[in-house]
Design a protein around this ligand. Structure first.
Ligand code: SF4
Length: 651
């Protein structure tokens, strides 16, 4: 190779960058040659060049971020990269982008975009300053810090406010959500953090978003007006196994009881701040609150998600017609009275529009006969949520995503079922020109042992929990704690936690006793800790090293069949003459199991034990698909092998 320092990354091959002795080898401190990384960079590069879609499963340790970012930059096109979470976005923006700018592409312009609720609204800060109304000393102190910060921050991104608790109610009164934003008519528009974020995105080659923002934009992107993201032609989805769920949310309709409370709250504060409106108008907001409470109280007390079919909705409305009419008419009256105000500031027009949208949304969710959606409600804490979710998003995605943009790259460590992408392609409606399950970079057979007990009662048997607790206690003894015990239900998690407590000398942490991030911090910093948790810990959790040496899963993670979305999808496939169990439930569970086990081995030096206490993986015909889809772990039914394996691991 010629003089490398003068090479432009647009002009050299993927091999020259990712290969042994290549650019990356010379510039990345932690470089090691990874054949799968080079293969992925080639596939991604070809997708950008030939303008085609690609699906790539790349296991942990492949270095997949650089394997798509570098081809994206080389393409010279504006590329949107969408990740699953804000923390992954920040990692890309704060770690990978600066590395690329320093070493490969000094002129690279990148922008980080998040939802509006993450940013400060300057106008609200000034309005509150004029008429301060705080709940307690904490709020006074936080507001004073936020006011100082507003003068110096470049982004207005709340992630910079490390002192502000996650659930601080004050932030809801200061954030830049569109509800009260008057856009170009706002006196702060030119200095607004949202305007600045959009400007940076308009000038950027690389725009880093999360799936929520991406699909929020895609769902409203009828034309340029109203879209959130600037024009682009290529997208990379990292953690692409999550996009069906997120797309389902954004292409559906949803409303919560909180929206009525927020409307009343915002109307009150806006009228007060602008010093407009009469006493009867202000009383109207109190009426909305009361009537919303009275209406949503009519939903059954039980927690969880329940189907709300047309027949069920009609019966519900028949019984509660009066409460429904009172709520909608009070919202309508607010809307009319706001519209009649003169003069009518922009904020008031926006409020009247919001009241009208809320009324129509509620009517749709309770009365619509539109097919293709599953209608459901959920009670969670104080809130009631009503929703209509598309049963199948494949058509929508085909039309709005895969046919609109010529390059979509889907990647994740968990996309394939068996050794193919049939399931993903069918669920998402994508026909990729290239697809590849890349060889694993880790030596799973040497790094992990998968223990499936020889004898276990069936998971539905009453004796299962007691036996599962025995197995868990035995495994924890061997691995000296340092384990995640992951469960398919809260009930099972609590019962087994109860049974194991007192039998092992290790600190046990239980999901629900502290916020997720606090539990994870405690797990990382407490020697020999054991975490009992459910589905929300199966994904996106990274604990490299010996602190996590064991992952135990109670059952094959089939989705709960009574969940309205799952039930509707099963019904739709069955009515179509298809086998919903084989084509939907098993593949979903396979991907979930791959995710859960994926928590254990995060680097080449990680070692540890995996266990599934559900022997259906061995006994049932479909168990084979699970076994074939997992990496090639060493498998045993003998707990003595587990002990031997752990003895051979470095301390
Ligand atoms: S433009 Fe909207 S978000 Fe920005 S400062 Fe004004 S009201 Fe707030």
């Amino acid at each position: 190779m010629a003089n490398k320092s003068s090479e432009k990354i647009e002009e050299i091959t993927a091999e020259d960058i990712f290969g042994p002795g290549g650019l990356l080898a010379r510039r990345h401190p932690g470089y090691e040659f990874r054949a799968s990384q080079l293969a992925m960079a080639r596939i991604a590069g070809e997708a950008f060049e030939k303008r085609q879609h690609a699906i790539i499963e790349a296991g942990t340790g492949t270095g997949k971020t650089l394997a798509y970012l570098i081809p994206a930059i080389r393409s010279g096109r504006r590329v949107v990269v969408s990740t699953a979470t804000k923390s992954l976005q920040e990692q890309l923006f704060q770690k990978d982008v600066p590395f690329l700018q320093k070493n490969f592409a000094p002129n690279l312009k990148a922008a980080l975009m998040k939802g509006r609720a993450n940013f400060l609204c300057r106008r609200k800060v000034h309005q509150i300053e004029d008429q301060p109304l705080f709940k307690g000393m904490d709020e006074i102190d936080w507001f004073s810090q936020i006011r100082d910060w507003e003068k110096v921050t470049e982004t207005g991104d709340r992630s910079e406010l490390t002192f502000l608790p996650d659930d601080a109610e004050l932030w809801n009164r200061l954030d830049a959500r569109s509800d009260l934003c008057t856009g170009q008519k706002c006196p702060e528009f030119s200095r607004c953090f949202i305007t600045a974020m959009h400007q940076r995105a308009h000038e950027a080659d690389l725009i880093i978003v999360n799936h929520h923002l991406f699909f929020a934009d895609l769902a409203i992107r009828q034309d340029d007006f109203g879209s959130i993201l600037p024009e682009y032609s290529a997208v990379v989805f990292d953690e692409a196994h999550e996009i069906e769920d997120v797309a389902s949310d954004y292409f559906g309709r949803r409303l919560s009881s909180y929206r009525f409370e927020e409307l009343a709250r915002d109307a009150e504060s806006t009228l007060r701040l602008l010093r407009v409106g009469s006493a009867p108008l202000r009383r109207q907001t109190a009426r909305i609150r009361e009537r919303a409470r009275a209406f949503f109280e009519r939903f059954p007390e039980r927690e969880g998600r329940y189907s709300f079919s047309l027949a069920e909705r009609s019966a519900f409305l028949e019984q509660n017609r009066e409460a429904f009419t009172e709520l909608t008419s009070s919202v309508k009256r607010l809307e009319t009275e706001l519209s009649a105000l003169a003069p009518k500031p922009e904020e008031v027009i926006a409020l009247a529009r919001r009241a009208s949208e809320l009324r129509r949304e509620l009517a749709f969710l309770l009365e619509s006969e539109e097919k293709g959606y599953v209608y459901w409600y959920e009670r969670r804490g104080r809130g009631v949520f009503l929703a209509a979710t598309p049963i199948d998003v494949s058509e929508i995605l085909r039309e709005k995503l895969f046919e609109q943009f010529d390059t979509v790259i889907l990647t994740s460590a968990t996309l394939a079922v068996g050794a193919n992408f049939d399931y993903l392609k069918q669920r998402l409606g994508v026909r990729p020109a290239a697809e590849s399950v890349l060889p694993q970079e880790f030596d799973y057979a040497a790094q992990a042992v998968l223990y499936i007990p020889r004898e276990m009662p069936d998971v539905r048997s009453p004796s299962f929990s007691a036996r599962a607790a025995d197995e868990i206690a035995r495994l924890l003894d061997i691995t000296q704690g340092r384990a995640f015990c992951l469960f398919t239900s809260y009930g099972q998690m609590r019962e087994i936690h109860e049974r194991v407590s007192g039998r092992v000398p290790f600190p046990l942490l239980l999901q629900g006793t502290a916020p997720r991030s606090t539990l994870l911090d405690r797990f990382r910093s407490t020697p020999n800790a054991v975490l009992f948790a459910t589905a929300s810990f199966w994904q996106g959790v990274d604990v490299p090293g010996a602190q996590l040496s064991c992952v135990i899963i109670d059952k094959l993670p089939f989705a709960v069949p009574s969940d309205p979305i799952v039930a509707a999808r099963v019904r739709a496939l069955t009515e179509d003459g298809r086998n919903a169990f084989a084509e939907y439930q098993v593949p979903e569970a396979v991907l979930a199991l791959k995710q859960g086990f994926g928590r254990l081995i995060r680097s080449k030096t990680d070692r540890g034990v995996l266990s599934i206490l559900d022997t259906r993986i061995r006994r049932m015909q479909y168990g084979k698909i699970f076994a074939e889809s997992l990496p090639a772990y060493a498998i045993t039914q003998d707990v003595a092998d587990v002990a031997r394996f752990m003895e051979s691991c470095p301390p």
